[in-house]
Design a protein around this ligand. Structure first.
Ligand code: MN
Length: 710
């Protein structure tokens, strides 16, 4: 018996003879190409593509996908080329095979990079043809089923990748049967002992419950009889091992609690009957409040539709009931694959398909804004996190977001421009901090300002890959622009310090320098100066039409300080050791790759640069500086109740903000420990403002000493 026979038996159930003949041709080519190759188990290689193809045939996928599955390893592992496949089987099949083939021509530095780059390639192929992922999933599923024969190290790596990427993708596409099997196999490979123990106890727990399950079923069937609705009764989907394990790990429930749930699925013919069954079921047992979910009206992200309710069963056991139509049930099991399952696929199957396409499109956007394939794969992993919340726009449109999503995630979900210019959010008409996670059912309104821009701090709390990718992208381009602007000013100053101007730059020398440093253009040169990777003075020297001695002899009498106005952005940092504020005399310190850090001129940190004057930049504040600046002050106060509150009031009366407070120990030297030191980090506008704040604080009798910390 040929390996093909079992596949043929499955294909005959739904394909036309001509199509089966095509599939057979593909089998023939694959078998010939893999001839002599063996699996790790020692069996002939061809059993792998055939087994994978059978899995797709069982869910009635079209014959071209079956052909591609049979051929899926030939480009990567045999002499057969993509061109051969095009001429033998046409573009469609060849593209599917190419989509799942790894890049073999390119050498990657690390395995992670190779994985990321291959994943990126597959996603791009998925965008063109969604069936690529079906082929990839059955390939992976068969490899997982036969994982046992691999060396432990390789086994773990493949299992981890399956749990992190492929199982969640199957879930995202609603392919529940593939998803649960991939997860359980991955779990068993990664934690064999834990999987075995859980397997045993959950099997036992199920056995113990037969009787009560039967009683519940009898009660429900009895109640449904008089209403005369066609209903198919199924024991609830059992939680698969890995989901039990995850729940226990999140400490959201103990094993007993997880297992102590009795699940039923009721399948009927129409949506209307779903709601009628719900009504009947709620009369038999009382529903638990707030546990009812209408996924028919609001389907899940992967297109899943069903009514969910939880009831108080006999002896107080909770009963989870899912009610849905046959078609919804097919989508629940097979997700996007339901599209091919029966030719007369209806609304629900099409909906699952549309949603899958929308998701893949968002992957494409994500890949376009990601800086590297490694960043891309990280973003995809975040995006695959399954739980979601549903919130409303002010117009009443429903938006779906992952759990713990914030108003910033919401803003980016609406549009990246809204995200980039968002300044505040109203949740249920109340102003809410941008970092507070959204909850189901809230109405979210984003307030934007035209000049606003993304805040780097948002990266600490956003959860969607879209928000993360957009913020990073914006900051990167912003930082580039800021670095170029600062670099130009530094270069200009470098020239002016020696009595020259931009106009005197020698064009040929500029070209020569760019070539030598391998920079694309003048902007990039300025960017490198702004980032502190090139010295303005050295560059200035090279750009003027004269030699070094001539240049140096020109040192002008006074060096003109670089002015700062507080709007320079990320490229300019204020040193935390001395925290300069407008009014202080200041010095800039060039830091390779990080732009300029501004110190107070008397800051001890600057000592270490005494021998490297080229690292220091003479600076001064613009007359009108924008923004608020952090400053540290120390207060020695008498130890009594309410001291902090008094000081806090004084500070806010003077219109300053407290950024941080730290309490020091009692000071033994002063007044036998009656005094405490308190360190404040405040934000103020300038020295005048700070003086006013300190005056207010001193007005309190509890303050013994007050000074700016150094
Ligand atoms: Mn394979």
């Amino acid at each position: 018996m040929s390996y093909f026979d079992k596949l043929r038996a499955e294909l005959e159930k739904y394909l036309a003879p001509e199509q089966i003949e095509e599939v057979h041709k593909a089998y023939f080519v694959a078998q010939k190409a893999h001839a002599g190759q063996k699996r790790h188990s020692g069996e002939p290689y061809i059993i792998h593509p055939v087994a994978a193809a059978i899995m797709l045939a069982e869910i009635r996928i079209d014959y071209k996908s079956i052909m591609a599955t049979l051929l899926h390893d030939v480009i990567e592992d045999t002499e057969v080329t993509k061109e051969d496949l095009i001429s033998d089987f046409g573009e469609e099949v060849a593209e599917l095979v190419d989509g799942v083939s790894k890049l073999t021509q390119i050498k990657f530095e690390t395995r992670a990079e190779a994985q990321a780059e291959n994943f990126r390639k597959m996603v791009l192929a998925m965008v063109r043809d969604i069936r690529v992922i079906l082929v990839k999933l059955v390939d992976r599923l068969h490899n997982m089923r036969t994982l046992g024969v691999l060396p432990p190290e390789k086994r773990r790596r493949i299992a981890l990748e399956t749990l992190e990427i492929y199982a969640p993708i199957a879930n995202r596409l609603g392919m529940h049967t593939f998803y649960t099997e991939l997860e359980d196999l991955g779990f068993a490979a990664l934690h064999p002992m834990r999987a075995q123990v859980l397997q045993e106890v959950s099997g036992k727990a199920r056995g113990d419950r037969q009787e009560i399950m039967q009683k519940i079923e009898r009660d429900l069937i009895q109640a449904l009889k008089p209403v005369n609705i066609p209903v198919l009764f199924l024991f609830g989907r059992q939680k698969h091992l890995y989901s039990i394990y995850k729940k226990m790990q999140n400490k959201s429930a103990s094993f007993a609690e997880i297992m102590d749930v009795y699940g039923f699925r009721l399948i009927t013919d129409t949506v209307d009957n779903c709601y009628r069954i719900l009504g009947v079921v709620h009369q038999v047992y009382k529903p638990l409040p707030e546990r009812f979910k209408d996924y028919i009206a609001i389907p899940k992200a992967n297109g899943y539709q069903s009514l969910h309710t939880t009831l108080f069963g006999p002896y107080g056991v909770p009963i989870e009931v899912q009610i849905r139509t046959e078609e919804m049930n097919r989508v629940a099991e097979h997700g996007i694959a339901a599209h091919w399952l029966y030719k007369s696929s209806g609304m629900a199957a099409d909906e699952a398909h549309l949603r899958a396409r929308a998701w893949i499109k968002s992957l494409l956007e994500m890949q376009q804004s990601a800086g590297s394939s490694l960043e891309f794969i990280e973003n995809v992993k975040i995006d695959l996190f399954p739980d979601e919340v549903y919130v409303f726009t002010p117009n009443g449109d429903i938006m779906e977001l992952p759990r713990r999503a914030t108003p910033v995630d919401f803003a980016y979900m609406v549009h990246s421009d809204i995200g980039n210019s968002c300044v505040a959010a109203k949740v249920n008409r109340r102003l809410t901090p941008l970092s507070v996670p959204l909850l189901n059912g809230q109405t979210v309104e984003i307030i934007t300002a035209p000049a606003a821009m993304p805040n780097p701090a948002w990266l600490n709390f956003v959860v969607t890959a879209k928000a993360r990718a957009n913020i990073r992208h914006y900051l990167k381009s912003q930082q580039f622009a800021e670095a170029v602007a600062l670099g130009k000013r530094l270069l200009k100053k470098g020239l002016e310090d020696h009595g020259y101007s931009f106009a005197e730059i020698d064009k040929d020398k500029l070209q020569q320098l760019l070539q030598e440093l391998n920079y694309k253009n003048f902007d990039q040169l300025c960017q490198m100066i702004g980032m502190g990777n090139q010295m303005a003075i050295t560059v200035a020297k090279r750009l003027l039409p004269m030699d070094e001695t001539e240049f140096l002899s020109h040192v002008s009498a006074k060096s003109i300080p670089l002015t700062i106005k507080g709007t320079e952005g990320m490229i300019l940092a204020y040193a935390e050791c001395c925290r300069p504020i407008p009014g202080d005399s200041i010095v800039g310190c060039l830091q390779s790759g990080r732009g300029i850090t501004v110190h107070v001129a008397t800051c001890p940190t600057l000592e270490q640069f005494r021998n490297k004057p080229e690292k220091l930049v003479n600076m001064r504040w613009e007359d009108k500086v924008e923004g608020e600046f952090k400053v540290d002050i120390t207060a020695e106060v008498i130890n009594q109740r309410g001291v902090l509150a008094k000081l806090a009031i004084a500070i806010s009366d003077a219109e300053a903000n407290i950024d941080n407070i730290s309490l020091g120990s009692a000071n033994p030297k002063s007044d036998e420990g009656r005094c405490n030191t308190v360190k404040f980090t405040l934000t103020v506008r300038d020295r005048v403002h700070l003086a006013r704040v300190m005056r207010r604080m001193r007005a309190n009798k509890v303050v013994v000493r007050l000074y700016r910390s150094k």
